[in-house]
Write a protein that binds this ligand. Structure first.
Ligand SMILES: Cc1cc2nc3c(=O)[nH]c(=O)nc-3n(C[C@H](O)[C@H](O)[C@H](O)COP(=O)(O)O)c2cc1C
Length: 192
């Protein structure tokens, strides 16, 4: 096929294949977790580990993180791909996503999923409003290897997910894009 005929090859964003993270947080007697791709290691200093994450304000996990100032970042393998549907589709505002999931805690007390590959227990150092996302700078207060495995990336998840799940995720993506577009425009107008 001529590369001009392939629409994917003309889209530089299609080259980005992020790892899927599961971020959990809890406050008072509430807890939730979500799937995120906006997670970046933000320090090269071994004794000052940091991450930056971007969460949309409408998500329950974001509200809990703002309230508690703590969260846990997890990497997980293809064997736990059911977590994408469990944590990345519904809102934890109305349901408990942790039913039948083995939980432990580290220093902050935020929920740690025992079947993940690893967990980074974090405290918020600072946050910034950017319109569609709140960016949180996180200090890692404890990190732990939990199980062997290769972290799941978006493309692997997408290529192995059921047609039904891909349809659900596509629907939610379009919905969230509309919410985010409006939030970005509003923020830009207010910043001018
Ligand atoms: C592949 C994938 C990547 C996602 N990345 C992010 C992200 O980086 N930031 C974010 O706020 N939401 C992201 N989401 C959306 C949340 O995971 C999803 O809306 C979740 O159901 C929110 O749950 P909560 O309301 O219980 O917090 C992503 C979802 C999927 C499926």
């Amino acid at each position: 096929m001529n590369s001009d005929d392939n629409p994917i090859s003309n889209d530089p964003f299609a080259l980005i294949d992020p790892q899927l993270w599961l971020i959990t947080s809890a406050s008072q007697n509430r807890r939730s977790g979500l799937i995120a791709t906006f997670v970046t290691k933000a320090s090269i200093v071994p004794d000052c580990p940091r991450f930056v994450i971007g969460l949309a304000r409408q998500h329950e996990t974001c509200r809990l993180l703002e309230e508690s100032g703590t969260c846990v970042l997890h990497l997980f393998s293809q064997e736990k791909c059911e977590w994408v549907e469990k944590f990345g589709v519904p809102s934890g505002a109305k349901i408990d996503k942790f039913a039948q999931i083995d939980i432990q805690t580290l220093k902050t007390g935020a929920p740690v999923l025992s079947d993940a590959i690893c967990a980074f227990d974090c405290q918020v150092e600072r946050n910034w409003e950017t319109g569609d996302r709140i960016l949180f700078l996180l200090q890692v207060v404890e990190s732990k290897m939990l199980n062997p495995g290769t972290p799941l990336r978006f493309t692997e998840m997408w290529n192995t997910a059921s047609t039904e799940l891909c349809q659900k995720l596509s629907f939610l993506l379009v919905r969230d894009q509309q919410i985010d577009r409006q939030a970005i425009m509003k923020w830009r107008e207010a910043s001018e």
